[in-house]
Design a protein around this ligand. Structure first.
Ligand SMILES: Cc1cc2nc3c(=O)[nH]c(=O)nc-3n(C[C@H](O)[C@H](O)[C@H](O)COP(=O)(O)OP(=O)(O)OC[C@H]3O[C@@H](n4cnc5c(N)ncnc54)[C@H](O)[C@@H]3O)c2cc1C
Length: 558
């Protein structure tokens, strides 16, 4: 992990660099030309220039050994600049991941040092034309090449699809089926029989190069097999999902905020109906405040997960999935709302929110789609529900009720309502065997993500109150602002879990007509509805914070 000062300096250099070299006009020009600015990407990853890649590389191999929290901060900042360029930088990190987790010491020294010292660009080649979400269906093969009964190398045949940096990387991690099972290999550009297609003509992240790869009897020496043992590929890929999904979560967060940070100042200057849009409650409470709230709920989850990864709690794949799911969906909604917030201007290229909206769209697709995230979350937490005989979320709710006693303003009691309701929905689904419906399973994934985020955001607010927030944590909102943000999100989560949970159970015939009232009671519906009291005044306060009107409000009140 790096210290706070170094992280701050890195973030500042990134911002200064973007200000100087990547003004809006340049980004729009590259976007229109559908061009990856390779010189910029190389500059960012060059050891004697910006050297962003050093953050990702462990110290023993010449890097700075940034932890998950550091990487989240950098990814958010890169996404605020341009998600295409951010993706190009991330691709090197993804490409080197199988090496970081699974390579032999010699392989790590060779390849990670080359990334740190020479700034080589990597690509991560997992997806295939027929194997996206279902990676085990991959068809690329790696056949052993024997000499005197000894494996000296492999011949790789097959295709990869949608590979970031596919046409520009210096080295590639490629997943292929060896006789022992899926296995990662390292290939270098220019290898005989290895070609890539023209860049894809994409909806967004047009500054990132995405290309299909083809392997026609490409020979690699045996020492290019990552880790030296066949069949470890899927495990190695799984080992870093928590971490890598956290980065895409940070992308959703950064891009969502980049859009809102254009919509907010715009609305202070745009006069309609005799006053700035920022003073219209129907505008702010639909197009701005709810998106700020959702993004900050995602941030809470990202930060907590990053801290836990850095504390050595394991790969936290499910938490990474929740973070990615919530932040990427929130980022998309924020960007979409920002177009609306700018009206006709938002619909043009010039005002940038249209580009951000196209760019952030990718975050719910790559590194696992939102639907795959819902499935991952639901399956894992279903096990927790079963193992604790339905108590998992009730216990979590009780912890929040205890927190409420110390911090009555952070919305912990409302978050607890959502978690109690979730436990009841899951138990009813278990009794009626409703997870046989994939639709129910995936929707439960969404409800779980909302309820967990509500609890997490309340904890974050409480930590601010106790002065225990991570020293590197984002401090855009102080306690008086984060408390209403937390309460607003918790109200949404509680209503969503209780109402949509009820609907799912009834829809799947999990209760009879006569049983509905008792089930409604068990969900705490009345309490959930009553908890909506205060919503509008909390939204008013958050809008005042966003528009710097808190002092004025206090003066008026006095
Ligand atoms: C711009 C871009 C860059 C990328 N970069 C890389 C990269 O660098 N390296 C790499 O390896 N890959 C990369 N990818 C691939 C990306 O990870 C995949 O596109 C993604 O995992 C989805 O796979 P797919 O496109 O085959 O869609 P599919 O898996 O076919 O999914 C299509 C739809 O069906 C849904 N779905 C799939 N399975 C199920 C199921 N079992 N139940 C319910 N719904 C389901 C999905 O959620 C999705 O909505 C990139 C993709 C893009 C577009």
């Amino acid at each position: 992990m790096i210290d706070k000062k170094t992280l701050k300096l890195s973030l500042k250099s990134l911002r200064d660099f973007a200000k100087g070299r990547l003004p809006d006009e340049k980004l729009l020009e590259l976007d229109a030309r559908d061009e990856c600015p390779l010189d910029i990407v190389r500059y960012m990853c060059s050891p004697d220039q910006l050297a962003i890649q050093l953050l990702f590389v462990p110290e023993e191999f010449g890097g700075m050994g940034g932890g998950a929290f550091d990487v989240y901060c950098i990814c958010e900042e890169m996404a605020r600049i341009d998600l295409g360029i951010a993706t190009s930088v991330l691709a090197t990190f993804l490409g080197s991941d199988p090496i970081t987790v699974g390579a032999t010491p010699e392989q790590k020294k060779l390849w990670l040092s080359r990334i740190a010292e020479q700034g080589i660009l990597f690509a991560y080649g997992a997806t295939e034309p027929e194997a996206g979400s279902d990676l085990p269906a991959l068809r690329t093969t790696a056949d052993r090449v024997l000499k005197d009964d000894r494996i000296v190398g492999y011949k790789i045949n097959g295709n990869k699809q949608w590979i970031s940096n596919g046409g520009v990387a210096d080295a590639y991690s490629v997943l292929a089926n060896a006789p022992g099972g899926p296995t990662w290999f390292i290939l270098e550009k220019g290898a005989k029989g290895f070609t890539h297609d023209e860049p894809e003509d994409k909806h967004g992240i047009r500054l990132s190069n995405t290309a299909a790869l083809a392997f026609n009897d490409v020979y690699v020496d045996a020492d290019r097999l990552i880790g030296g043992v066949e069949g470890q590929g899927l495990l190695q890929a799984q080992a870093v999902f928590g971490y890598t999904r956290l980065m895409v979560a940070a992308f959703g967060l950064g891009a969502g905020w980049a859009a809102l940070d254009r919509a907010i100042p715009y609305s202070t200057k745009r006069i309609q109906g005799g006053a700035p849009l920022s003073e219209k409650q129907g505008y702010t409470h639909k197009l701005i405040v709810p998106h700020v709230v959702r993004l900050e709920a995602s941030r809470a989850y990202i930060e907590e997960t990053a801290e836990r990864i850095d504390a050595g709690e394991g790969s936290l794949n499910t938490e990474g999935a929740i973070a990615k799911y919530m932040a990427s969906e929130a980022g998309n909604q924020a960007a979409e709302a920002s177009i609306q917030a700018l009206g006709g201007y938002g619909y043009t290229h010039e005002y940038m929110v249209e580009k951000i909206s196209r760019d952030v769209r990718i975050t719910t697709i790559y590194e696992g789609t939102s639907e795959i995230m819902e499935m991952t979350i639901s399956r894992d937490r279903w096990q927790s529900h079963l193992k604790t005989r339905g108590q998992h979320y009730h216990e979590e709710a009780r912890r929040l009720e205890a927190l409420q006693k110390q911090h009555p303003d952070v919305g912990a009691n409302i978050a607890a309502l959502s978690l109690h309701a979730l436990a009841e929905v899951m138990e009813k689904a278990r009794l009626a065997r409703l997870t046989r419906y994939q639709h129910v399973l995936l929707r439960l994934g969404e409800l779980i993500a909302y309820a967990e985020c509500a609890g997490c955001l309340a904890r974050r607010a409480a930590r601010i109150a106790e002065n225990k927030l991570n020293e590197k944590a984002n401090r855009r909102f102080d306690l008086p602002a984060l408390s209403p943000i937390s309460r607003i999100f918790a109200r949404d989560a509680a209503l969503k879990v209780a109402e949509e949970g009820l609907r799912l159970i009834i829809a799947g015939s999990g209760v009879t007509d006569a049983e509905v009232p008792a089930f409604e009671t068990s969900l705490g519906l009345t309490a959930v509805h009553r908890a909506q009291a205060g919503l509008i005044s909390d939204m008013d306060y958050v809008a005042d914070v966003l528009y710097d009107r808190v002092a004025k409000r206090a003066a008026v009140a006095a």
